[in-house]
Write a protein that binds this ligand. Sequence first.
Ligand SMILES: [Fe+2]
Ligand SMILES: [Fe+2]
Length: 323
Amino acid sequence: MAEDSKRDPKLIFVTMPLLDLSAEREFPGNVYLCLHHKMIRYRNKGDSLDLAAFNKLVYNHVRYVFIEDADRAAFKAWVGEAEASDATELSTAPPEAKEIVEAVATQRRAMMDIFESPKDDKAVKQAVEVSKKLVTEFLRKPFAVNNISALQKHSKGCVDHSVNVSVLSVFLGLRMGYTHQIILENLALGGLFHDVGKMLVEAKDDSMLGDDDPAMQQHPKLGAELLDKSREIANEVRMIVAQHHEFLDGSGFPAKLKGLAVYDLARLVAIANIYDNLISQSNAPTLKECQIEAVDRIEADYADKLDAKKLEKVVKILRYSFL
Ligand SMILES: [Fe+2]
Ligand SMILES: [Fe+2]
């Protein structure tokens, strides 16, 4: 990021919500950030943003970027193209899954509000309501969606990732025999809120924190503490959030819990989280190919760290869901 010292002083800027920026797509104009009351050119026209850089902006509390007023129409069309391709991706869902797809879309909107203001209890309450609705729809038609690709998106950042982990956790939980509504709701909410603590990690000066930074590794604890303040949230959900990075061999974080100390539902959300992250990192051309690659990698690389029985079942369920 270089300061745009030769910026034309007559340029007029308009704001654009950060969540309208798609990662991995070329920008139709320059993108600016306002840091310490100075306008900084962050990316040039034709550049793009990778997922890690996008998430760093979110976790460093950037809510808006700035674009030049002259580029407003070009950006509007650019955002529209992304929305249209999202709609095509989701249209692979069968018609009987309509209510489930709608519930997922509502969950995505609720999650945007949470990332906008994580301490707002009203936003938390709304996310709880929409997650309950998602579980109700899943239970009404448990086999309306057999192929998880119909609900999981190529994540373009932490909002999509949170929704993906939530939906995956419910889908997998249901297929694994967790049919109790309350348990599925806890899975849905644990998945949705698992990374909310990333919003509360204090950035040191202007630097952007990565996932392996010790401060960032406190995000499960910070997330659980944030949810402590909400009466809407069950203790089981806090445990999922607090433990979603713990591994059974004690090599996880932040508490380095071992074996049975790791809460059962947190083990399942941990698998869904890793799986969705592997998909984001994959360069395969289609979502389905990314999913197939991610299943192979999670099976090969995480066998000693995750709950072996659950992993075996998840791998079977996912492989079956790609057929
Ligand atoms: Fe996390
Ligand atoms: Fe995550």
